[in-house]
Design a protein around this ligand. Structure first.
Ligand SMILES: O=C(O)c1cc(C(=O)O)c2c(n1)C(=O)C(=O)c1cc(C(=O)O)[nH]c1-2
Ligand SMILES: [Ca+2]
Length: 672
């Protein structure tokens, strides 16, 4: 493709829009991904008058994770199963939709729901990743497919795409998910015009019997056990979310994921930092060549991905303006890193943590002994859901604060004494669907308290400026504006606005479903609009809920003089514990092991979790449980992504699972 053309059109447009805020042209608003809009019609004074301008039904039931792109009155937003919707941003009317027809059987190849975080738009094309690993370019006007390419190098491995692609210069760039199952992470750049592969960069060393692809892999290999055991499960390090570009420095930055398997010593028995897991890596955007890295969690052992969104900013550090990047990954620390050199500047924890006591001056964490215990369960704070997951943070140049959707979701983790790649074993978390963590999850009842919190963080002082406590973990991403506002959607189905300086809550509105995505703002005919793609789900939202209402995935748009009627929500039917199904209580214990190995990540613990985007079986209709074979073995819900277990589980196994579900429901009922 013609690089000059892309730089001229897309880059200029994004840079100019930084001043006007008319559009929301890129995933994080601008290349800095600050999610700060200069629009200031809506202010701390009048935000209480926001009204619904229009709503748009995405027709979905799973997690809506999309940041909409809005350009010249057209919104491009994605729904679960990677379905793209183009909507008239004036009216909320549908312009076109594109369904890549992801086979629903592919759903179980993703760890964490079938969400999609959005599209990239450049030079008349709309780019998005399909959950099954295809990268697709559509004509922005018509929604017709222009090209499609397969980003997966090995179809025997469960790679997915959930992240939004980025267009940097004349290339469109995307990574993959899959590190819970066992894959080798990489990121690929394609020619934006044709989809032809331009370069690919692996995040971890590959097959030890083959030569290194580049010097970076050679360097990385020195931090892994030389036996090459990592290669069984691919090593991990998937780039499943964040990628940022600095046009001035001509560098791009990626955040890399956790190890495959999670357990450090099962992955690399001799220890080692295991580069480039849980790191920020700077690459040359033209060639994909390694430039520098900073590893946030050496020797990851807790699913502490660093894929969380990266923000670029210029900050006064020790009386000097420095070009830095800001990062708040799963592990609970907030990092300031020099983005020219990769030099570590500072890190402080933005929530309580117990895996490390802090960072030394060289940028290495001081890890606690309990966090690396080889034979005891570690009550991990944060746990694998992270102190901050993919829900985007924002940064206001006005307040100089970052706004982090922070949380705690209790979990304990224990290294399995023995672990074999791809061994399906009752009791081993999701091993029946191909998870390879080498860890028991929640072998002991975790003791930490769950919370969801909006944290305003001062990156220069490395301290909290203010916080707002939500009623549940797993709240949406944040947006901040020149109106001195922060917007955030919540697990309990509200969109809220805060004073960006002091955290005063100024406005909230009910939306009928939990929000996990981030709001955007833009201008239509001289009026400021705020939009949010609402739809409860994502990995925590599959099994839990923070709201008693439900509605299909819906885009809501607000303005100061909106006049639309809200769509009708329905009350989530929290039924009674299931009863009246015959079962053999003696089978319940074996059923527990099968349930943990096959069901728990999506359906949660029967009767204990409440059911989120996927029903909790403890509250199922008795007919469903008595007829469990039809669902588990005969594909009755295959079109909704329910896996076909007919090759993996027998009718006897289903009897055991039924006994576990019913036995648990009866036990809970007896204790009520
Ligand atoms: O390691 C990976 O490859 C990978 C991929 C994804 C994904 O693609 O959604 C998630 C995670 N890990 C993960 O650890 C995680 O907590 C998570 C949450 C979500 C979500 O959409 O709610 N995805 C993912
Ligand atoms: Ca992961």
């Amino acid at each position: 493709a013609d690089e000059a053309k892309y730089v001229d059109e897309t880059h200029k447009a994004i840079a100019e829009n930084r001043e006007t805020g008319k559009n929301w042209p890129a995933h994080g608003f601008d290349y800095q991904e600050q999610r700060f809009s200069p629009l200031d019609e809506i202010t701390t004074k009048n935000v209480k008058d926001l009204k619904l301008e229009w709503s748009y039904n995405l027709g979905s039931s799973r997690g809506v994770e999309s940041t909409p792109i809005v350009i010249d009155g057209v919104m491009y937003v994605t729904a679960p199963w990677s379905i793209v919707h183009a909507v008239d941003a004036r009216t909320g009317e549908k312009l076109w939709t594109y369904d890549p027809e992801v086979p629903r059987s592919y759903g179980e190849k993703g760890c964490c729901d079938v969400g999609n975080r959005g599209v990239a738009v450049s030079n008349g094309l709309v780019y998005f990743g399909a959950f099954d690993g295809r990268l697709i370019a559509l004509d922005a006007k018509t929604g017709e497919r222009v090209w499609e390419t397969d980003t997966i190098e090995n179809r025997d491995k469960p790679y997915t795409i959930t992240g939004a692609p980025r267009v940097f210069k004349d290339k469109v760039i995307i990574g993959n998910g899959g590190a819970e199952y066992g894959v080798r992470g990489y990121i690929t750049a394609y020619d934006a015009d044709t989809g032809e592969e331009a370069w690919r960069w692996y995040t971890v060393p590959g097959n030890p019997d083959e030569p290194f692809e580049n010097d970076a892999m050679k360097m990385a290999a020195e931090t892994w056990d030389p036996s090459g055991k990592y290669w069984e499960a691919g090593g991990g390090g998937t780039v499943w979310d964040s990628m940022v570009f600095d046009p001035e420095l001509d560098l791009m930055y990626i955040g890399t994921g956790n190890g495959s398997p999670w357990s450090h010593l099962h992955r690399s028995p001799g220890g080692g930092d295991n580069l480039f897991l849980a790191s920020i890596v700077a690459l040359d955007p033209d060639t994909g060549e390694y430039v520098w890295h900073y590893q946030e969690t050496p020797g990851d052992n807790w699913d502490y991905t660093s894929t969380q969104d990266i923000i670029l900013a210029d900050l006064p550090i020790n009386d000097e303006t420095r070009k830095v990047l800001l990062h708040a990954p799963k592990n609970g620390f907030f990092y300031v890193v020099d983005r020219e050199t990769g030099e570590f500047i500072s890190a402080e924890n933005f929530v309580d943590v117990n895996w490390a006591t802090g960072y030394d001056e060289s940028g290495r964490p001081m890890v606690t002994a309990e966090a690396r215990s080889e034979d005891e369960a570690f009550d991990a704070i944060p746990g694998p859901y992270g102190a901050h997951n993919w829900h985007s943070m924002s940064f206001s140049p006005d307040t100089q604060l970052a706004y982090i959707p922070a949380q705690n979701i209790p979990a304990s983790m224990q290294k399995m004494p023995e672990w074999d790649y791809n061994e399906e074993e009752p009791g081993v978390f999701m091993s029946g669907t191909g998870w390879n963590t080498g860890m028991f999850l929640n072998p002991t009842e975790p003791g930490s308290k769950p919370f969801g919190r909006l944290v305003a963080w001062d990156p220069v002082e490395q301290q909290e400026a203010w916080r707002y406590e939500h009623i549940s973990p797993w709240n949406g991403g944040t947006l901040t504006t020149a109106g001195n506002l922060v917007f955030q959607g919540t697990a309990d189905a509200r969109l809220m606005a805060f004073n960006a300086s002091n955290g005063d809550k100024l406005w909230d509105t009910m939306v009928g479903t939990g929000i996990v995505a981030a709001p955007v703002t833009y201008e239509v005919d001289g009026r400021q609009f705020v939009s949010i793609a609402a739809g409860w789900g994502g990995v925590y939202g599959l099994v839990q809920r923070g709201s008693d209402r439900t509605i299909p995935g819906t885009v809501y748009t607000y303005s100061l003089d909106g006049k639309a009627e809200p769509p009708e929500y329905s009350q989530h039917q929290q039924t009674n514990l299931v009863s009246g199904v015959d079962y053999n209580p003696e089978l319940a214990e074996e059923g527990l092991g099968l349930y943990i190995a096959n069901c728990v990540a999506c359906h949660g613990v029967p009767g204990v979790d409440r059911g989120g985007a996927i029903p909790n079986l403890g509250y199922s209709n008795a007919k469903v449980i008595s007829d469990l074979e039809s669902f588990v073995l005969n594909g009755v819900l295959a079109n909704r992504g329910m896996p076909d277990f007919s090759e993996r589980l027998s009718e006897e196994d289903v009897d055991k699972i039924r006994a576990f579900i019913m036995g648990t429901a009866d036990t809970i009922r007896a204790s009520q």
